[in-house]
Design a protein around this ligand. Structure first.
Ligand code: ZN
Length: 345
């Protein structure tokens, strides 16, 4: 019999769900957005559905283990799904939804969790060589729109970029002033030896530089803080090149090079600097909710964007498992067109 998540966690999750119960239909019926029927979020996992999925998948799987690594401002448990536990193997960490309105990244991560838990032949091969950690939805409160500030500025009024205290969690990786980032650093980054990280986001609509008509399906970037060691930057570029080629090969790809800042408070930079983790920012098209209406995509795009996230994550796992990442040429970064403008990251 597989050991389950401690009963303490279960009771706190239940208490939390009672405390933060949403008005009926707030999520399930989709937002009322001036008759614009393309904004509907009902096919996405809300917090309780995500937790239920993680617990059920954990119970069925012999290779997965689930732990609670922290709590949100509003008391929601934050979960880490773990596959493989061999300290001599490299470890990749997948992080999603630091911004609560960037939902499809988590849907992709949940699909990867389901695949890894299935113990198919391909998965067995991966997990005999690599450890995979998945931390879905860091900003659990913003994803529920359960925050201590009004949502008036948001088109759908259902999800927020910021956590419940109005803090951007992807600018809090040096201060760690918030329980979400504190838990992430103390109970994941300082506890596990992480070699690679993919940090998944949404960027609304972006084009490539000089081409205002064609939207990219995603944008990628390695750490750009000048103090990150050249070795770590090179490994990060290899991680990016692996993901780039996998996405392009599957026909999803119009990727661009993300235009992002160099601050160490951003995960892409700070984790490379502090823990020497090779990091990749992957920003996908669209957004579940935003003040800029044009960023918000209808769910017609959900399928391929979720698939794009899965391809990105699994191509990275595959190349780390078979070691091919170490031979990956990084010259694609020299020709990858930059995005037309800088993003929020
Ligand atoms: Zn983001």
């Amino acid at each position: 019999m597989k050991r389950k998540v401690a009963a303490l966690c279960l009771s706190s999750a239940l208490a939390t769900s009672l405390l933060v119960a949403q008005p009926a239909g707030a999520v399930g019926n989709g937002p009322d957005y001036n008759g614009n029927e393309t904004i509907r979020n009902e096919r996405l996992h809300n917090y309780e559905e995500m937790v239920q999925f993680l617990r059920e998948t954990d119970e069925r799987s012999e290779v997965m283990s689930l732990e609670v690594y922290g709590k949100s401002v509003k008391g929601r448990d934050l979960y880490l799904a773990k596959f493989g536990n061999n300290p001599s193997h490299p470890t990749i960490l997948i992080l999603t939804q630091q911004h609560g309105n960037e939902t499809l990244t988590t849907e992709g991560a949940l699909r990867v969790i389901k695949h890894l838990a299935s113990q198919g032949a391909e998965v067995k091969e991966w997990l005999s060589k690599v450890n995979v950690l998945v931390a879905p939805r860091l900003n659990a409160d913003g994803a529920e729109g359960d925050v201590n500030f009004p949502l008036d500025d948001y088109a759908a009024g259902t999800h927020t970029r910021y956590n419940a205290n109005g803090v951007d969690l992807n600018r809090d990786h040096t201060d760690r002033s918030q329980p979400e980032t504190k838990g992430f650093h103390e109970n994941i980054l300082k506890k596990y030896k992480v070699d690679y990280l993919i940090d998944l986001h949404h960027q609304g609509t972006q084009t490539t530089l000089g081409d205002s008509d064609r939207l990219v399906s995603g944008s990628i970037l390695y750490p750009t803080n000048p103090d990150v060691s050249p070795d770590v930057v090179h490994q990060s570029k290899q991680l990016g090149a692996v993901v780039y080629h996998a996405v392009e090969k599957r026909g999803f790809g119009t990727l661009s090079k993300y235009v992002g800042g160099s601050g160490a408070n951003i995960a892409r930079n700070g984790l490379a600097l502090e823990y020497k983790i090779a990091t990749l920012l992957f920003e996908m098209r669209g957004m579940a909710d935003h003040s800029n209406d044009s960023y918000v995509l209808g769910q017609k795009s959900n399928g391929y964007l979720i698939e794009q996230a899965v391809i990105a994550i699994e191509s990275a796992i595959d190349s780390i498992a078979d070691g091919s990442i170490h031979q990956t040429d990084v010259s694609v970064w020299d020709t990858l067109p930059e995005s037309g403008s800088g993003g929020e990251e």
